[in-house]
Design a protein around this ligand. Structure first.
Ligand code: PDD
Length: 282
């Protein structure tokens, strides 16, 4: 496949960076994953805005405009297989000559992007949708989870917990037993037709799918929608639980730690939410 590296498009196997890159040595970088379906991006502007605010929050100066990113995404789509493509964007602080913790001055950020195949967006169809069995854990990541950092070891380890149990995600609770998010998704809880998700703070990523879904539900449905603290008890007592992410859109969880969620089948509120998401996501 053809990838983008520091202004050039080249075959993946020819894309090379130095082992002295701070992305490699420190995980010192910011990334994004933008879903595209038949060439059309979902949430392009909020994805770029989140990346720019992440870069600003860790002091990486990069002069790429929204148009520059758009061009990169369009070029990667044009130069690779068509269909449903995730676009991975990655900016590290750059390559230094030594390994030193302090932010170096006078180096250029490393900018890398590639595209990869993603599954089709889930149809609002109770029988056809991919369902998720999840486990849970105390959230053992750092306290800056609102930054979409390339340092993902905490997330990777939590995700692996689910794989080792034959499940597909791990949902996370802080020390107060309040829901934060999942290792690679945000989480929504439905009880008595009220839809709730944790309020944004430093304990979770401000997901673009979360943001779009909240806006769509508020504008196009009569469901009550809440952003607030959600306790472990509420999660275990939910009628429905959903995961949201760029590659999954809205995805139903049917078991939590081996116990059925609600009646153990895909919920009616999910069906309406994913139908609205499919309709209004662009
Ligand atoms: N994961 N929370 C975490 C920890 C995530 O890594 C992600 C995304 C989300 C959902 O965010 P969004 O709706 O903007 O995709 C929430 C990406 C896709 C990944 O790392 O592959």
């Amino acid at each position: 496949s053809i990838v983008f590296l520091n202004g050039e498009y080249l075959p993946q196997e020819q894309a090379k960076i130095s082992p002295m890159d701070r992305g490699f040595l420190f995980g010192d970088g910011i990334y994004e994953v933008v879903p595209t379906y038949q060439g059309e991006a979902v949430g392009f502007i909020p994805h770029i805005e989140r990346m720019q605010s992440g870069l600003a929050s860790i002091g990486i100066q990069l002069d790429y405009t929204v148009e520059d990113w758009q061009k990169i995404i369009q070029t990667l789509i044009a130069k690779n297989e068509s269909g449903n493509r995730g676009i991975y964007l990655h900016v590290s602080r750059g390559t230094d000559t030594k390994r030193a913790h302090a932010y170096p001055t006078g180096i250029e950020p490393t900018v890398f992007a590639f595209s990869f195949e993603i599954p089709p967006a889930p149809a609002p169809d109770k029988e056809g949708v991919k369902t998720f069995n999840v486990t849970s854990s105390e959230d053992l990541r750092w306290k800056r989870c609102n930054i979409k950092s390339t340092s993902l070891l905490g997330n990777v380890m939590h995700y692996q917990q689910s794989q080792d149990l034959g499940m597909q995600e791990t949902i996370l609770f802080n020390q107060q037993q309040e829901l934060t998010e999942a290792s690679s998704c945000n989480v929504f809880v439905v009880k008595n037709n009220v839809i709730a998700t944790p309020a944004l703070d430093n304990q979770l990523l401000p997901g673009v799918t979360r943001k779009l879904l909240l806006a769509i539900l508020r504008e196009h449905s009569s469901f009550k929608v809440e952003e607030r603290v959600i306790t472990m008890e509420e999660v275990r007592d939910a009628d429905e639980l959903w995961l949201t992410s760029s590659s999954k859109e809205v995805a139903p969880i049917i078991t939590l730690d081996g116990t059925p969620v609600g009646n153990g089948s895909v919920g009616d509120v999910w069906l309406q939410a994913q139908a609205l998401f499919s309709q209004y996501k662009y």
